[in-house]
Design a binder for this molecule. Structure first.
Ligand SMILES: Cc1cc2nc3c(=O)[nH]c(=O)nc-3n(C[C@H](O)[C@H](O)[C@H](O)COP(=O)(O)OP(=O)(O)OC[C@H]3O[C@@H](n4cnc5c(N)ncnc54)[C@H](O)[C@@H]3O)c2cc1C
Length: 161
């Protein structure tokens, strides 16, 4: 590699690499929330249209509670992601905040997409419905850019435990 292309001093690669990971964890948090928001929208629409036992499934208390939980958890994850992005913009080190945003975003994404697929019943398992693809897309969010276990490890380490 040409010397002019070095982005730091030799021996600093790990520090530079780790410095890039926090911002990209915030980006994965945002991506996870984007997937989950789309799944939520699809679940809401489907539950309003699909009828069972003479009423839309959105009218069953169970569906309403599921939708309420998803909305609440999505907003929680969104706020953690915004906090990390805001601190990043201020130039503040955000190791834990980025891990919390990534952990909450990706775990929320998994839960929300799973519940929205469940609301679709058997149709949710079919490729004819977009929710099936979102279910597959959601799964990797808990794995790449550091697994959920690694995010917990980072957060715990910053608590000095
Ligand atoms: C679609 C996709 C795209 C990817 N893109 C990129 C990319 O662009 N660039 C890149 O560099 N990488 C990329 N990766 C790799 C990704 O970052 C790794 O797969 C991820 O960090 C997990 O590492 P691993 O697969 O080696 O799993 P492992 O480290 O083998 O982990 C296996 C399991 O053990 C657990 N585990 C491991 N260590 C600990 C620990 N200390 N404490 C508790 N549990 C632990 C993990 O949480 C996991 O559940 C990509 C992966 C996928 C699936």
């Amino acid at each position: 590699m040409p010397h002019a292309n070095l982005i730091g001093k030799p021996g600093e690669g790990l520090r530079i690499g780790l410095g890039a990971i926090a911002p990209s964890r915030v980006a994965i948090a945002a991506q996870s929330i984007g997937i989950a928001e789309r799944a939520f929208q699809l679940g809401l629409e489907y539950a309003s249209v699909r009828k069972a036992f003479g009423q839309s499934i959105a009218q069953f208390q169970n569906s309403r509670f599921v939708l309420a939980d998803c909305r609440t958890e999505l907003d929680q994850a969104w706020l953690l992601m915004l906090r990390a992005a805001h601190l990043l913009d201020q130039g503040v080190p955000i190791r834990s905040e980025a891990s919390m945003a990534k952990l909450a975003g990706s775990e929320t994404c998994g839960r929300v997409v799973d519940r929205m697929l469940q609301l679709h019943g058997g149709n949710g398992y079919s490729r004819e419905y977009e929710i099936e693809r979102l279910y597959r897309d959601a799964r990797v969010m808990r794995i790449f850019e550091g697994t959920s276990e690694i995010q917990r490890e980072v957060i715990a380490r910053d608590l000095a435990v």
